[in-house]
Unconditional design. Structure first.
Length: 121
């Protein structure tokens, strides 16, 4: 189960067939786009893990929108070499796991020493 309050966007580098390094980021906007396509972001990730070309293309697209909001799913499909699909799907899974940790990670107490932690005194 995912704890959406634990979302911590972090970019994961990925090299596509156009030899330009890009960065996957599954922020709230990307996750919302995946909900529009799949009904839920977890469903998209499951499809990526099965090797679905359609899911890899759509999920990669959603993760790249922060760099170029004008990208289309077909634009992203043209940037994917079929022989690099496993590397891309691994990067997607890594970026997803960073952005939306599992419940066991999310259930850990917050770092109260963090500069972002609320100060109650």
């Amino acid at each position: 189960m995912y704890d959406l309050s634990a979302i911590k966007p972090k970019k994961v580098p990925v090299m596509l067939s156009d030899c330009k390094q890009r960065h996957l980021l599954f922020d709230l906007n990307a996750l919302a786009e995946l909900e529009d396509v799949y009904g839920g972001h977890a469903d998209a990730l499951k499809e990526v893990q099965t090797g679905s070309f359609r899911a890899i293309r759509a999920t990669l697209w959603a993760g790249l929108l922060h760099e170029d909001p004008n990208l289309t799913i077909k634009d992203v499909g043209a940037m994917i070499a079929v022989d690099g699909m496993s590397i891309i799907s691994d990067a997607i899974v890594d970026a997803f796991n960073i952005a939306v940790p599992t419940a066991s990670v999310a259930d850990q107490p917050p770092d109260v020493c963090s500069k972002d932690a609320p100060q109650d005194f």
